[in-house]
Design a protein around this ligand. Structure first.
Ligand code: ADP
Ligand code: MG
Length: 323
């Protein structure tokens, strides 16, 4: 559906994208990932002609993108940015209605579409459609940004680090939303992130960029199990290690509150919430649980051995689920 053929982008002497070729299939969730400055945004923006190429071709449905009328093309490709810029003086409804209005949809079709989209992300239309952006939380604004990109039903959606400005809880919620949404709409999504956990969670395939060239393209599991070179190994390796060295505070949802008296009675070892799962392994060989002290609330949580292994197996499964 989208094909890059020997695409190069130079800014002066600086080669931002270096002879890149790949193919994105229809309905695919394709993730572009890599360190900051590796060329992700440039690659994305070339797809809807926000940036001209210095060399090579990009084809959209087998036709060079330069053959499409530029505005139509932009309207046919949804675009979501890190900081969604909703028009502050407009209601949620009017923000979502932008592209359909440019495409001259009639207002009743637009209303129907707005209601459908809001319902799709579980935001009650009656409750939300006449609100202004400043009457929404950051996470809600970002969700509106995502459905706004879908408004005119474009076949392709480009997303540039759409969740990276959010707190971890909202980010996870939006990732879940997007997985659910994609299952319903089955669009071709090109998603840029520098967060490998996000990439592994969302991507059908991952394209790992480094200094403007492709290090490896494949399913998440392929990159983890068969990294092509040391760069890929290190990039993915950190990911696996991250699970093994997960900080105990990431597990707080698996814990149960416990009092200091009970900890003493049971003779449980006490750890700090910044300690890692690895550090508690030894203690778990002796006891069936450990206690974790939360520095801020001064409360203790009991983390059972079962809860910790359950957490680890779930995170591992997530890494492996795309096999
Ligand atoms: P990423 O999104 O992966 O962080 P970018 O695609 O934004 O990377 O940038 C790739 C490289 O091109 C970087 O080295 C960046 O500094 C450079 N670059 C991006 N935009 C411009 C520009 N308008 N002018 C000059 N250099 C740029
Ligand atoms: Mg970028």
């Amino acid at each position: 559906m989208i094909e890059f053929k020997n695409v190069t982008k130079r800014y002066g002497d600086k080669v931002a994208v270096d002879d890149v070729s790949f193919n994105i299939k229809e309905g695919e969730f394709f993730v572009l990932i890599g360190p900051s400055g590796c060329g992700k945004t440039t690659t994305l923006k070339m797809m809807n002609r926000l940036i001209p190429l210095s060399g090579g071709y990009i084809y959209f449905n087998n036709k060079p993108i330069s053959d499409y009328p530029i505005y139509e093309m932009r309207w046919d490709i949804g675009y979501v940015l890190q900081q969604i810029a909703l028009f502050p003086h407009m209601t949620v409804r009017d923000n979502i209605a932008q592209v359909p209005q440019m495409k001259k949809w009639n207002e009743s079709d637009i209303d129907e579409r707005v209601d459908d989209l809001l319902s799709m992300i579980n935001m009650d239309p009656e409750h939300f459609k006449y609100r202004k952006p400043d009457e929404l939380s950051g996470g809600q604004r970002q969700r509106i940004g995502v459905i706004r990109a879908l408004a005119a039903d474009p076949p392709v959606i480009l997303m540039d680090e759409p969740f990276s400005a959010l707190d971890p809880i909202s980010r996870e919620k939006l990732q879940e939303d997007l997985i659910e949404l994609q299952a319903k709409i089955k669009k071709t999504i090109v998603f840029v992130t520098h967060d490998i956990t996000e990439a592994v969670k969302l991507g059908d395939r991952i394209c790992l960029l480094n200094e403007g060239h492709i290090e490896q393209i494949g399913r998440p599991q392929e990159l983890i199990q068969h990294p092509k070179n040391d760069f890929v190994k290190q990039f993915m390796g950190d990911q696996i290690e991250q699970y093994e060295t997960a900080k105990l505070n990431h597990l707080s949802q698996y814990g149960k509150e416990i009092s200091a008296d009970v900890i003493e009675q049971r003779g449980l070892s006490i750890f700090d919430s910044e300690d890692t799962v690895e550090q508690v392994y030894a203690a778990l060989a002796e006891d069936d649980a450990v206690a974790v002290k939360d520095e801020r609330s001064h409360q203790y949580l009991e983390l059972s051995r079962a809860a910790i292994f359950n957490y680890l197996s779930q995170t591992r499964e997530r890494v492996g689920e795309k096999v």
